[in-house]
Design a protein around this ligand. Structure first.
Ligand SMILES: Nc1nc2c(ncn2[C@@H]2O[C@H](COP(=O)(O)OP(=O)(O)OP(=O)(O)O)[C@@H](O)[C@H]2O)c(=O)[nH]1
Length: 171
């Protein structure tokens, strides 16, 4: 009699899973905020917005991917202190490496910008598909979740927020 098919199917699986998740979560100990250590003074006081940053993260409930795009914008402070555009994408990447929920990921990116750049306003919008809702459970592939976090002027001024949202929609 051959090997029990269930045992056979699962052979090496725990070790493979451990290796795969070790790789997935590599870099977990890097402080995401450190990517914003380098700033420069461009005397630019208007909105800086990077849209459609590809985002891949892992849902902390099911350890399945959620993926989509992030739009990250900020209004520099009176000194015009800005950071490199790539650093906004790096910030998203580093927070996304953690097992996450989308709401927390969105807020963490916004709060990091507030801490490190002291900007007048911040907006972060993420739109993602959660495979835990697509390939299992309720099985609604294609359902999209949108989350936003606004800080400072983006929260307090409806017209500033509307301008940023228009630019995100018009991309
Ligand atoms: N708010 C939020 N919920 C999430 C996120 N990722 C996954 N979830 C949800 O977390 C919930 C976990 O619910 P549980 O009842 O503990 O788990 P479950 O029995 O596997 O739930 P089902 O997915 O409905 O089968 C599910 O409703 C998921 O859809 C996220 O980023 N944000």
């Amino acid at each position: 009699m051959g090997e029990d098919p269930i045992r056979e199917g699962l052979r090496d699986t725990p070790a493979r899973v451990a290796r795969a998740y070790q790789e997935l979560f590599a870099g977990l100990y890097i402080d995401p905020d450190s990517v914003l250590d380098k700033t420069f003074d461009e005397s630019h006081e208007e909105l800086v917005l990077v849209t459609d940053i590809p985002m891949y993260s892992t849902c902390e409930h099911h350890l399945l991917p959620f993926h989509g795009v992030a739009h990250v914008g900020y209004i520099p402070n009176a000194e015009g202190q800005v950071t490199g555009l790539s650093k906004l994408a790096r910030l998203v990447d580093l927070y996304a490496r953690r097992p996450q929920v989308q709401e927390r990921l969105t807020s963490q990116v916004a709060d990091a910008l507030v801490r490190k750049l002291n900007p007048r306003g911040v907006i972060v919008v993420m739109q993602a598909e959660h495979l835990c809702m697509g390939m299992r459970g309720i099985k609604k592939a294609g359902a999209l979740t949108t989350t936003s976090a606004v800080r400072g002027l983006m929260r307090d001024s409806a017209s500033t927020r509307a301008e940023a949202i228009e630019l995100i929609k018009a991309r």
